[in-house]
Design a protein around this ligand. Sequence first.
Ligand SMILES: Cc1cc2nc3c(=O)[nH]c(=O)nc-3n(C[C@H](O)[C@H](O)[C@H](O)COP(=O)(O)OP(=O)(O)OC[C@H]3O[C@@H](n4cnc5c(N)ncnc54)[C@H](O)[C@@H]3O)c2cc1C
Ligand code: FES
Length: 271
Amino acid sequence: MFKIYSNEKIADGIFKMILEAPLVSARARAGQFMMIRIDEQGERIPLTIADISDKTITIVYQVAGVTTHRLTEKKSGEYVSDVVGPLGHATDTDKIGTVCCVGGGVGIAELYPVAKAYKNAGNNVIIIIGARNKELLIFKKELEFLGAEMFVVTDDGSFGEKGFVTNVLKKLIDTGRIINLVYAVGPGVMMEAVSNLTKPYGVKTLVSLNTVLVDGTGMCGSCRIQVGTETKFACVDGPEFDGHLVNYKELKARQSLFKEQENHACKIRGI
Ligand SMILES: Cc1cc2nc3c(=O)[nH]c(=O)nc-3n(C[C@H](O)[C@H](O)[C@H](O)COP(=O)(O)OP(=O)(O)OC[C@H]3O[C@@H](n4cnc5c(N)ncnc54)[C@H](O)[C@@H]3O)c2cc1C
Ligand code: FES
């Protein structure tokens, strides 16, 4: 059993939970995720480890269906039955020069540990974050605290510049800024747009994929994704891949693989 320290709403439909998980936090590194199961009847879902302390891990989740909805009902002092992790490869955060970290939506929280690790490794970090509107903008203060150059955009212009993260990234590249690596995490369409933008410029781009995971250990094949000529499993080979090689059409199709069952599960629970 894993004790919940806190579970607070940080934006419309987005929650931050701090869990006691000392064995996970002792080994977790930026870019990794864990599988969580609320109770013995629950399904296992993957969530990125957004922050790590001595005994605790922080997760930030967007309410998407039954499990994330049920998570919102948990109170501090209560427990979840299973936390398995850290899973996936950690981000390789060597010193490589200038790294542009791009985050969209709930992906902004997933970007935080990665931007922090690149900064701590001595890289020049540029952060670009975007959300649909200011109510959905998360982790701005935490990212500001890293002291990196930072740009904020919203689709509707309610905070920061109006537009998409790709507008800012394009401007930076077009004005001659040398960027050695772009790291993007967020909705599939955003990661695809970032990769399409950087490809003709030859800027290396990593994306953190959110394919549907079932076991998270490379056994079931549900998270498979074509990367270049190879078939990869996001849970054990990723979740980060070369953004220029990912088959985004397949990614989008596979994300709705269990849509019927998910809708049915929501319906019978009145969500
Ligand atoms: C490596 C990884 C890290 C992730 N990190 C985060 C995170 O930090 N914060 C966050 O809000 N979300 C994250 N996700 C997505 C998150 O796992 C899904 O939103 C969650 O599983 C939804 O479950 P549900 O029962 O609430 O919704 P459902 O109604 O079951 O599903 C809603 C949608 O969520 C996605 N989804 C459902 N089940 C899974 C699953 N087992 N694996 C992956 N996606 C699924 C599908 O696109 C689905 O259409 C991550 C996904 C992956 C693969
Ligand atoms: S989730 Fe089963 S192989 Fe990746």
